[in-house]
Every structure is written in C-alpha cells, then in structure tokens.
Write a protein that binds this ligand. Structure first.
Ligand SMILES: NC(=O)c1ccc[n+]([C@@H]2O[C@H](COP(=O)([O-])OP(=O)(O)OC[C@H]3O[C@@H](n4cnc5c(N)ncnc54)[C@H](O)[C@@H]3O)[C@@H](O)[C@H]2O)c1
Length: 390
C-alpha cells in the first residue's frame, strides 16, 4: 500500500480557527493541499494563515498546477444546516472534496456540562416541593441535545455521513477522514462525563468505519491526543506575554525553593501565576481544561504543531487509514541515559479497543454481522449508501 498524496487535494478542516487544527491547516497548505477552514471564528493567527493563502474565485481546480489556497466558512458544527452549507461551499469553491478532518471540539463548557442541567429560568425559581429544582427543559430544548455532544460527536458523524455518501459515488477522489477524539475517550472520571462519553462515541464510530478502506477505498483514522499545549507565540506576542512571564517566574520560583528550601513552600506563587496565564490565554478548549483540571503551561504535553504532525502521518502513511485509533502523548524519555536523545519523546500506540470485545465473539465479528454486512458492502461498492425501502 502506498502513501496518500496530499498535493492538489481539497480538505475540509473543522476547528481550523484555533489550536491543533489551525496547526494542521498550515501543514496541509504547506503540503500543497487546499483547505476550507470551518469554525465559529478565526483566531488572529488563523486569519493570518487565511490571508497568506488567498483563493481566487473562478479557479475551481486549485490542484496540481496551482498554489494551494484557503477559504473560511463560518460554521457551527453543532448545526446540521450549517454543516450542509459548509459542504456546499467547499464544492462550489473547489469543485470537489478529498479530505475531511473533524477537529472542532469543546471541553464540556459550563453551558453544556452534565453538572449544570438544562433548566428553564422559571423552573429554577420554582423548585418542586421536596426534590429541589424541577427537571423542566426550555421549550426550545425539545430536540434534547447537549451542545457538547452536538459539537464533539453528532456534528462529526453527520459530516462523515455526507462525505462517505459523496465518496462512494466518486471513488476516484480517494476519500480520507480523520477524527479528533482524545485519551479522554477511554479514561473516566466524575468531572467531565459528557466530554469523556462524547469522545468515546467518536472512537467507536471511527473504528466501525475502518472497513471502508478495504471495501471502498475510503481511508479513516482517529487521533487520541493526551494534553496538548497550543502556543500562539510569534503570531500574537501580546497575548503570549503572560505565558512567558509565567514560565520565567515559575522557573525563578523553583530556583529560590531549591536554594532556600521550604521557606517559600506555603506560598503557591505557581498557582497564582497559572491563574494569570489562564485568564489571558485564548485557546478556547485549553481555557476550559485549565478551569476544570488545572493544566499548567509547563506540564508535559505536546505542542499543537507536534500533534498536527502526528495527524499528518495518520492522513498519509500506508499503515494508517483503516480505522486505527492512535494515541499520542509526550513522555519522558526513559532510555535517555542508556541511548541518549531528547529529554522527552512523542509516543504513539494503537489503542487496543478489541481487548474489550466479549470472548464469545472469538474476536471475529463476522459470526455476528455475517451476511447482512456482506450485503451492505456490496451495495456500498455499487456507490449506493441508501438501502431501497422494502
Ligand atoms: N488540547 C488538548 O489537550 C486536547 C487533547 C485531546 C483532544 N483534543 C481535541 O483536539 C481538538 C482540537 O482542540 P484544541 O486543543 O486545538 O482546542 P481549541 O479550542 O484551540 O480548538 C477547538 C476549535 O473548535 C472550535 N469550535 C468549538 N465549537 C465549535 C462549533 N460549534 N463549531 C465549529 N467549531 C467549533 C473552536 O472555535 C476552536 O477553534 C478538539 O476536538 C479536542 O477535543 C485536544
């Protein structure tokens, strides 16, 4: 199997307005792939990227012979009408779509956390007797959707559904999908159960679609990063000054403590500085994570670019594309003393989700799915996604 060629391809990247997926957008553009940047807004550095790769209307095929370009389509990926509009814009602008990166995500913000149930203001002011707040949703919540799920799970699935139907009819386009899950998809805790569950669902979905490469030539993979720090240094210095101040003072404080021992131990300057940093940092997801779990900027983590480089490997390398669930994290290099090398390394592993399969399956889902799945595959290979109504 050969590597996937990015030059001349057209990608939709959701969440491209910030963080990891902005870094990935830059790498895709550098590799010669044009990008439709879909996000609710662009951070300044993403706007700069957009400005550096202007698209000239009328030039539909920004392919082999042309410089790659970027366009911004304002999109709330929790809204299916806007996902549809995103797809149509991509087709109108470039005439085709080869790659879909489902990168947009939120970390269970206060507006959509399990621990803040959706209540109407009237129900809050009129608790039912004896049981506290009455469980009454706002009238416009009739659909029953958590935003955390709408953005992290349902939106990516809907965009994938549109893409797969399109690529079944256009196998020559070599469809390629990447999903952003997280290690949070298989670790658990009370603090953010919606985030964990929303990412677990994406892992299961991506793994389920893995067979599309073998049967229909459509690649898919899922990346599960651990902590990623997204530094905007160099693109927007004023917003990075608190970060630099934090890092400098934090190191200085550690030095003082090393020299003078525990005299300073009771004063947690580090904590105060991390609040200062959090207040000024603008990357939305990291901001939420910091509020929840106190991730500090000098905690061990990947940079946005390092994470995006792993994402590029999943999009291109021949050993990926069959629904692999790939964890990536920064770790201390335990072999450094023996073999030298860097203090830290980026570790990748395929998350062994199959180990959870019940033993009676004998690790062979064929026995359960068997003939119906074979019929589905035949239909997909004929370019038909929808079953005829019987
Ligand atoms: N940063 C981490 O430590 C980390 C770890 C594991 C997984 N991830 C995942 O990586 C992806 C990127 O995260 P990041 O760290 O770059 O965070 P980020 O906040 O910088 O990027 C997320 C982007 O998604 C966009 N977004 C949010 N709601 C949206 C909506 N309704 N419609 C369209 N776009 C929307 C935001 O505007 C933002 O630009 C996310 O899916 C996240 O869950 C991040």
């Amino acid at each position: 199997m050969s590597s996937y060629e990015l030059k001349g391809k057209i990608a939709i990247v959701t969440g491209a307005g910030s963080g990891i997926n902005h870094a990935l957008t830059e790498l895709l553009l550098e590799a010669g792939c044009s990008v439709v940047m879909a996000d609710v807004r662009l951070r300044p550095e993403a706007q700069q990227t957009l400005d550096r790769y202007p698209h000239h209307p009328g030039n539909k095929d920004n392919g082999e012979d042309h410089r790659p370009s970027a366009v911004f389509q304002p999109t709330d990926t929790g809204n299916w009408a806007q996902i549809r509009a995103l797809w149509e814009t991509a087709l109108q602008t470039y005439g085709r779509v080869n790659i879909v990166v489902n990168g947009a995500g939120v970390y269970e913000p206060p507006s959509s956390t399990f621990w803040n149930p959706p209540e109407s203001s009237s129900s809050l002011s009129s608790p039912s007797p004896g049981v506290g707040v009455a469980p009454v949703d706002d009238p416009d919540a009739a659909v029953g959707q958590y935003q955390t799920f709408a953005i992290n799970t349902t939106g990516p699935i809907r965009l994938a559904q549109i893409a797969v139907e399109y690529w079944l009819q256009h196998p020559e386009l070599q469809g390629n999908m990447l999903f952003f899950a997280s290690v949070a998809g298989y670790v658990h805790g009370l603090l953010t159960p919606l985030y964990f569950a929303s990412k677990a669902a994406i892992i299961s979905f991506a793994k389920s679609l893995g067979g599309l490469r073998e049967h229909c030539g459509i690649r898919s993979a899922c990346i599960c990063p651990s902590t990623v720090h997204v530094c905007t240094l160099g693109t927007r210095l004023p917003t990075c000054l608190p970060l630099l101040l934090y890092l400098f003072l934090n190191r200085f404080w550690l030095l003082l403590r090393m020299v003078y021992g525990d005299v300073f131990a009771s004063t947690n300057l580090s904590y105060l500085l991390s609040i200062l940093h959090t207040k000024y940092r603008q990357t939305p997801l990291i901001h939420e994570i910091q509020k929840h779990v106190n991730v500090r900027p000098d905690d061990l983590g990947l940079t946005g670019k390092e994470c995006a480089e792993v994402a590029m490997r999943l999009l291109q390398e021949p050993q990926y594309g069959g629904g692999e669930i790939i964890e990536c994290m920064k770790a201390f290099n335990v072999n450094k003393d023996k073999e030298g090398g860097d203090e830290t390394v980026i570790q990748l592993r395929e998350v062994p989700v199959e180990t959870l399969y019940p033993s009676f399956y004998n690790n062979n889902l064929d026995t359960i799915m068997g003939d119906p799945e074979k019929k589905l595959i035949q239909r997909l290979q004929q370019g038909k996604m929808r079953a005829a109504v019987e």
